[in-house]
Design a protein around this ligand. Structure first.
Ligand code: TYD
Length: 210
């Protein structure tokens, strides 16, 4: 966990899971309720981490090795934790982070095949002091997500990886949701926006945030 008195919530899911829409709805809701919240994302969230993000996602960096990619995500994460997430939690704020270490487990450990231990070890600096209180996993298979969106996004290096890659990311998330069932909450993301958000709110309620 972490030593702060605030709540640390992370959002996870495959591409096209509707995570960004729910994040916007969540931000608006917390603001309306007067909750002091900090929003961040990964990779990114601080000036240094955003620079690392642009290296990772740059389509020109096609020859990047899987190991270098995993280390860059971990580097972006530890900077975000030390500079932004932990200080906010220690001052009692709620922190909402769009993706966190579960993305590295799903994408790099499972889908890239680097294995759980390698990803755990390079992320230990961040996660030994800072694990989420709750992780919302927006659960929709890539096939259904792409169908709903009308095709695969081709914006950045990871999005260009193809359907098989995204299917194994999804398998990875399912394994994580089983392994960490106390922390990871499955949100049925095949439902309507309003139904999904009602589920998000119910879970924040359960934790005592709102
Ligand atoms: P982003 O545009 O933020 O994706 P999304 O809108 O789907 O959240 O790009 C982040 C990409 O990086 C996304 O494809 C997931 C991937 N990623 C990893 O592979 N490992 C990680 O540890 C993180 C944080 C993200």
């Amino acid at each position: 966990m972490h030593k702060g008195s605030g709540y640390f919530i992370t959002l996870e899911g495959c591409e096209g899971s509707g995570k960004s829409t729910q994040l916007k709805m969540l931000c608006a809701y917390l603001e309306e309720k007067g909750i002091d919240a900090v929003y961040t994302r990964e990779p990114g969230g601080t000036v240094i981490s955003e620079k690392i993000r642009s290296i990772i996602l740059d389509n020109e960096n096609k020859i990047m090795s899987d190991e270098a990619e995993a280390l860059l995500y971990a580097a972006s994460r530890i900077q975000n934790v030390k500079e932004k997430i932990l200080p906010a939690l220690e001052s009692g704020k709620t922190v909402i982070c769009d993706r966190y270490v579960d993305s590295s487990f799903a994408y790099q450990a499972y889908a890239r095949g680097l294995g759980y231990d390698f990803i755990y070890n390079i992320n230990e600096f961040a996660i030994k002091t800072c694990m989420p209180d709750m992780t919302l996993f927006f659960d929709i298979s890539p096939e259904r997500a792409f169908e709903r969106k009308g095709g695969v996004d081709t914006g950045d290096r990871i999005e260009l990886s193809g359907l098989d890659f995204h299917k194994s990311v999804y398998n990875g998330y399912n394994k994580l949701a089983e392994k960490f069932s106390d922390r990871i909450v499955r949100i049925d993301a095949t439902k309507s926006k309003a139904e999904i958000f009602a589920n998000v709110k119910a879970n924040l309620n359960r934790l005592g945030i709102v």
